[in-house]
Design a protein around this ligand. Structure first.
Ligand SMILES: O=C(O)C(=O)C[C@]1(C(=O)O)C=C[C@@H](O)C=C1
Length: 286
């Protein structure tokens, strides 16, 4: 099986992929949309991308792309502890406190916001397509004296030196990655261990009636279907227009879930089921 992931090599996403898929072919893509398009076009069999971080929240490009641009399904959720380290080229270890720029994925920069504010105020913070892309850049530009934020695998892979460990602002730093497939009824993977949950994307009726969101929540609440997440994202059709991402702690094929979805549709909502899947907790990258 070919597994596409947000690369290059040694990203957190790569670590998540390697933790659960052994003996498969891994294919790195430079951006999340590249990864999702490759799956939609059948160039890979699965795609693994970040969906949400415990400190910084959802990865908007993943959510928006899954809603607006592709018809893909979540088949597993991988939850990984995230440890962010500051790393430089080995030739610049003596002058790491004078770096001119710090690069990383925007989510990683945000996870280290306080550290960067107190230690490197005023220094350029440059977003990159992933944490490992930043590490790769640093390894190829030693003359610039720039630093990257990423994991220890990236430091090893690109020959960088970690100068400060665990610089993320809060201890409980985890990221949810999703394994996506293009088939609706894809087999649940054998490594999965937890109870099944579902992710739905719900658009409210267009008549803008008062209490519409309350009605949506009622459809779940009177059936005692527990929600573990609800979040709004812009529909991109005008200010004040949103869709809702709703995680429910039950599989989509149960009688109560089917009833809830039918009720939402009868109310005039559009429901896109992203999938029913299990959670898998990963070990930290070494
Ligand atoms: O996989 C990576 O290395 C990434 O850069 C992506 C990403 C993310 O988007 O959340 C993954 C995990 C960390 O939370 C920081 C960045």
């Amino acid at each position: 099986m070919k597994i596409g992931y947000l690369g290059p090599e040694a990203s957190f996403t790569h670590h998540a992929v390697k933790s659960v898929f052994t003996n498969e072919e891994y294919i790195a893509f430079p951006t999340i949309p590249d990864c999702l398009e490759a799956l939609a076009e059948g160039k890979v069999d699965r795609a693994v991308v970040p969906l949400e971080n415990a400190l910084e929240g959802s990865v908007p490009i993943t959510i928006d792309y899954l809603f607006h641009d592709v018809d893909l399904h979540i088949t597993a959720e991988l939850i990984s502890p995230i440890e962010q380290h500051l790393m430089v080229h080995p030739d610049n270890v003596d002058k790491w406190q004078e770096v001119t720029k710090i690069m990383s994925h925007s989510h990683a920069l945000a996870q280290c916001h306080k550290y960067l504010y107190y230690r490197f105020r005023g220094i350029d913070l440059e977003p990159s397509t992933s944490t490992s892309a930043a590490a790769k850049y640093v390894s190829e530009h030693k003359e610039e004296n720039v630093a990257a934020i990423g994991n220890s695998l990236a430091a090893d892979t690109y020959g960088l030196k970690i100068v400060e460990e665990n610089i993320h602002d809060f201890h409980f730093n985890h990221t949810r990655f999703v394994v996506l497939t293009s088939e609706k009824e894809s087999e649940l993977l054998s490594f999965e261990q937890d109870a099944e949950k579902s992710t739905l994307m719900v658009t409210l009726p267009s008549d803008d009636r008062p209490g519409a969101l309350h009605q949506v929540l009622s459809a779940f609440s009177w059936r005692q279907l527990s929600l573990s997440k609800i979040e709004s994202r812009p529909l991109k059709t005008g200010l004040g227009n949103y869709f809702f991402i709703i995680d429910v702690e039950k599989p989509v094929d149960g009688v109560l879930m089917q009833g809830a979805i039918e009720e939402l549709e009868a109310l005039g909502c559009t429901v896109k089921v992203l999938g029913s899947y299990r959670k898998h907790l990963l070990e930290p990258q070494k």
